[in-house]
Design a protein around this ligand. Sequence first.
Ligand SMILES: [Zn+2]
Length: 422
Amino acid sequence: MHRGLYRTTLSNAIYTLSNGVVRVVSWQLLMLASIFSRILFIGCLIAALTACAEQSAKDTSRSVDQQAAKEAEPTPSFTELVPTVTDTPIPTPAEPSPTEAPAAASPIDYAAVRPYEVGQIMIIMYHGLVETEAEEETYQRSAANFQNDLQTFYDRGFRLISMKDWIENNITTPAGYTPLILTFDDGKASSFSLENADGELRPVKDCVVDIMTQFSIEHPDFGNTAMFFINQNPFKGEGTLAERLNYLLDHGYELGNHTMSHKQMSKMNADEIQAEIGGIDRMIKEAVPEYEPYALSYPFGERPLKDLRGYVLNGVWEGNEYHYKIAVREGQSGPPSAVNREGFDPINVPRVRGSNNQETDMGWTLKQYETSPELRYVSDGNPDRIAVPAEYADNVDMESLNGKELFIYEAKGDQVIDAGQA
Ligand SMILES: [Zn+2]
């Protein structure tokens, strides 16, 4: 374009000069010079236009992204297409190198949120629900109190996640909130039963699934998911086994293995362990073939003998293989409840009892979080980045990061410093 402008200026100068000359020469010469200057002018004009066309071709050869961006804009007029001298080349965005982690979806104020992604995550162990508070005991919660529990969790900044997302460390909990997992053992009717309403199957009133569904309608950001650990003949009411299990999966819940006959695994041999786990594994897979069970709950919280624990994760029963990733028991939420924290043991995962009257249970733990909120896992809202305050950097299990970005930070007042990788 600079070349084009120069040629246009040159042609104008020549034209002016030739006009000056003609005043002092004869009419014929004037005519001749005039014709010559016009030819020269046209020549220069052609040259200028060629230069413009060349520049335009260069523009066309710019990156596809820029071209696509241009196409999204309204078609420019001719004058807009003529570049000006102030034009600077559009920088081509650098391709991110494969080792670079993708940028956070939405940057957060680390000093305000103070994410702590090796903190405690509560896994609550419920069983069934009872109608009145008088019937409550350690393993039974009244429907009204269960409803209150949901409200308490919600008000105190807990948000539900699936056990699968937790075990895969895919925590999408919004920034500033604490993930929470609910589990229900024994496949009880009060946890889930279907009834037939005008030809359609729906959960009976005041079972766990009904209460959770209602709560999530009023509090959609709370989440609506839970793990149901089942034995043979789970749940009651209408519908076949396949219909019941499909209903749960279709509505965002998960299914886990609580063994066939709910006996103490500490007293079993290898064959018995594999039969107990393999039986439920096959029952689930036959009812919902697309679902792959991955979680086990030990009946009575009793694990198999030490040298038989390998059968918890992998085994064969009647020619069918099973493969599990985690196994849960009863017990106090410990520090290693984030799967990327040092000390996390996938076949010895503690769950707090869903009750409110004993040491180490849910009520006790919630009280502890009131006085010591620093124990809680606090999400940064980005599942691909593990954000940990510098003072807890040593607690991160580097082996479990699986390509996720580790962000160790130091927060002083409202200042945040990237403290680098531990
Ligand atoms: Zn049980």
